[in-house]
Design a protein around this ligand. Sequence first.
Ligand SMILES: Nc1ncnc2c1ncn2[C@@H]1O[C@H](COP(=O)(O)OP(=O)(O)O)[C@@H](O)[C@H]1O
Ligand SMILES: [Mg+2]
Length: 228
Amino acid sequence: MNQQLASSTTLAVAGVSKTLGGVKLFTEVNLQLQQGQSLAVIGESGSGKSTLLHLMAGLDKPDTGEVYWAGTAIHTLSTNQIAAKRLRHVGLVFQAYYLMPHLTAQQNIELPFLLASEKPDHSRCMQLLEQVGMAHKAGSYPREMSGGEQQRVAIARALALNPPLILADEPTGNLDEDNAERVLQVLLEACSAQGCALVMVTHSAKAASHLNHRLNLADHHLAEFNKA
Ligand SMILES: Nc1ncnc2c1ncn2[C@@H]1O[C@H](COP(=O)(O)OP(=O)(O)O)[C@@H](O)[C@H]1O
Ligand SMILES: [Mg+2]
């Protein structure tokens, strides 16, 4: 990318290509996202959505092209520097929640503070639990929560350090329709309350319909989503 990216550009993906196991997934993927914007990437299973999200999260490297967080080209950073920056810049939400099983809801939300060598901000954690409708389960363990409840705690955890960017991989993929709707609303409201940018990858056009922008990942390219 030639032009200087403004630090107000929360996420930029420029000319990104990736081949995995000899299979070309996508080429020349470009996008930019500012604070407050939400983008759904829709695609069939196997189209490369998770791989693209991992590149945006700096968890994997593109074959060609670059990923920028707030104007910083992450390929110029070491793996440790990317991890440290990710903690502050990116909140991750996965289909399988990935809460720590031996920690309560509140302790799971406090974890990012500990990883960042900060004292957990208890009032912020309680406020987040309230925001996702889980204050009444602050002391519950993941095994004592439904899937939708676990995902709401995972969303609160992703938001704990107030990152400008939330990346969500099929966040409602394991949930029934009612819980999926609730979790999606919680995610969108929380992002909007904090002014985060959001990228959600999903196979569900219905889930995607709630976001500001939609792109389709198909035939190795990211293009406008035209609902059939
Ligand atoms: N580490 C890997 N090595 C080889 N192939 C992989 C690897 N990870 C994913 N794939 C393949 O890449 C394709 C895209 O995977 P993925 O990004 O998970 O797609 P999606 O999230 O859209 O279902 C799939 O066909 C998958 O089997
Ligand atoms: Mg996937």
